[in-house]
Design a binder for this molecule. Structure first.
Ligand code: SF4
Ligand code: SF4
Length: 372
C-alpha cells in the first residue's frame, strides 16, 4: 500500500531562524514553510500522514494535514509503500569541478592598458567555463567589439559582457557582435534607458539605466540574484558561492580573487596567472561556506544566495555578513518591507563568538510583526 510520504530527492528543506524554505532544485523554485513543517519533513519522512498527525498537537493537526496535502498536490512529496522506502535515497550534495578555474572577471575602463590578447591566451589554458568582461568606460563601440572578439577566441563556454551604451551601440551593432562571436551568451548594456532588444540567438540581451562605473557596484544581495539550482546548492555546502574557483583582473591589471577584494597576487603585465594562483593565500576564500557566515547561517536563503566576501560588515572578520545584504532572517523581512528592523537591532556582534541573537527581543519583535 502506497501510504508513506517522502520528499522528492530534488526537494530540500532548509531551516532558517524564523521560517524555512523548501528548495525545488529541479524546477528552480522555492516555497516558504514554517519551521514546524521543516521538522516534520526531516524527522518523520517515511511515515503515513496519520502517523504524523498523531504526533502533533490537537490545535495544529488540521493545518499540518493541509500542508502535507498541498505538498503532495504540488509534487514536493510523494507516497510510496513501506517496502519501497529505501528505493529513494536522498540527494548527496557533493560538488566538484574538473576545471582549475570556473569563472574569470576582467574589469576594463578607459585607463586600462594591459594586453588583452596575452590575458586571453593565459585564460584559455585554464579552461574557465565563464568569462565576464565588465567594461565600465571606453572610447568607442569599435573598441568594445575588438575586446569581445579577443576573448571570444578563448575556449570558454560562456562570454558575458557588460558595457556602456556608447554612441552607435545600436540593435544592429549588438546583433553583429552576437553573430560574429558564438561564445557570447549575455550582453548587459549599462547607462541605457532604452530596451530595444531582448534575446537574440544564443545570447540574452539586457539593459539598465544604472550607471555602473566601477567594481564597487558589485556585491548586491537581492532576491533577483538567488539561484535555486542543484549546482549552487551543492557547491554552497562546502565552498564559497561567489569566489570558489574564480580569478579576476581589475582595471589596473591587478590579479585578485575578485576586483573588489583587497589582496593582490601580482600584476598581469609581469605575473602569469598560473604563478598568481600558486600564492598560498590565493584559494583561502574558496572554502568559506554560508554555514560559517554570521547571520547567513541562520538564513533560509543561504544555499541559493551569493556570498560576497569583498564587501562585509566587519572587514576584520572574514566570517561577517555581506555588507550589502538588506534581509533580516530573524524577522523574515527585507529592508523595503513594512516592519523591517536591521539585523544589528536583533543581537550583538562578537569577533570571537559571531553574531549573538537576542532571542527575547526577537521574540517580541516577531510577536508584534507576525503575532507569533
Ligand atoms: S565577492 Fe562580492 S564584490 Fe566580489 S565578485 Fe563576488 S559579489 Fe562581487
Ligand atoms: S542573510 Fe542575506 S546574505 Fe546571508 S544568506 Fe540571507 S539573504 Fe543571503
Amino acid at each position: 500500500m502506497r501510504d508513506r510520504f517522502k520528499l522528492f530527492s530534488c526537494c530540500i528543506p532548509v531551516k532558517g531562524y524564523l521560517r524555512s524554505t523548501l528548495y525545488d532544485l529541479q524546477r528552480k523554485n522555492y516555497l516558504f514553510i514554517p519551521n514546524s513543517l521543516f521538522d516534520i519533513l526531516t524527522n518523520h519522512t517515511g511515515k503515513t500522514f496519520d502517523e504524523v498527525l498523531q504526533l502533533v498537537d490537537d490545535d495544529e493537526r488540521e493545518q499540518v494535514e493541509k500542508y502535507l496535502t498541498y505538498l503532495l498536490g504540488k509534487e514536493f512529496i510523494f507516497l510510496c509503500a513501506k517496502e519501497d522506502l529505501e528505493c529513494f535515497p536522498p540527494l548527496t550534495p557533493s560538488w566538484e569541478s574538473s576545471a582549475e578555474i570556473d569563472s574569470v572577471i576582467i574589469d576594463i575602463n578607459e585607463n586600462s592598458n594591459y594586453n588583452y590578447a596575452i590575458i586571453a591566451n593565459d585564460i584559455s589554458r585554464l579552461r574557465s567555463k565563464v568569462i565576464q568582461l565588465r567594461i565600465f568606460s571606453i572610447k568607442g563601440k569599435q573598441e568594445i567589439a575588438g575586446m569581445i572578439n579577443v576573448f571570444s577566441k578563448t575556449d570558454t563556454k560562456s562570454l558575458e559582457v557588460i558595457f556602456p551604451n556608447k554612441e552607435g551601440v545600436s540593435v544592429e551593432f549588438i546583433k553583429e557582435i552576437i553573430d560574429k562571436n558564438s561564445r557570447v551568451t549575455s550582453l548587459f548594456i549599462i547607462d541605457s534607458p532604452n530596451k530595444e532588444l531582448s534575446d537574440y540567438k544564443q545570447a540574452t540581451v539586457r539593459y539598465t539605466a544604472d550607471k555602473i562605473t566601477s567594481e564597487s557596484s558589485c556585491g548586491i544581495i537581492s532576491k533577483a540574484y538567488f539561484d535555486c539550482h542543484l549546482n549552487t546548492y551543492c557547491e554552497s555546502q562546502n565552498f564559497n558561492t561567489c569566489l570558489n574557483k574564480k580569478i579576476a583582473i581589475d582595471v589596473n591589471g591587478i590579479i585578485k580573487n575578485c576586483p573588489s577584494c583587497a589582496q593582490s597576487f601580482g600584476n598581469i603585465r609581469n605575473t602569469p596567472i598560473r604563478v598568481a594562483m600558486e600564492h598560498p593565500d590565493f584559494k583561502k576564500l574558496w572554502g568559506i561556506s554560508k554555514d560559517q557566515i554570521d547571520v547567513c547561517k541562520d538564513c533560509e536563503f543561504r544555499h541559493m544566495c551569493t556570498d560576497c566576501r569583498a564587501y562585509i560588515k566587519d572587514p576584520e572578520n572574514i566570517y561577517s555578513q555581506p555588507a550589502k545584504c538588506t534581509y533580516n532572517p530573524y524577522i523574515a523581512k527585507w529592508e523595503d518591507e513594512e516592519g523591517y528592523v536591521s539585523v544589528e537591532e536583533c543581537g550583538t556582534y562578537s569577533r570571537e563568538k559571531g553574531f549573538i541573537v537576542d532571542d527575547k527581543k526577537v521574540e517580541a519583535l516577531n510577536m508584534a510583526l507576525w503575532g507569533a
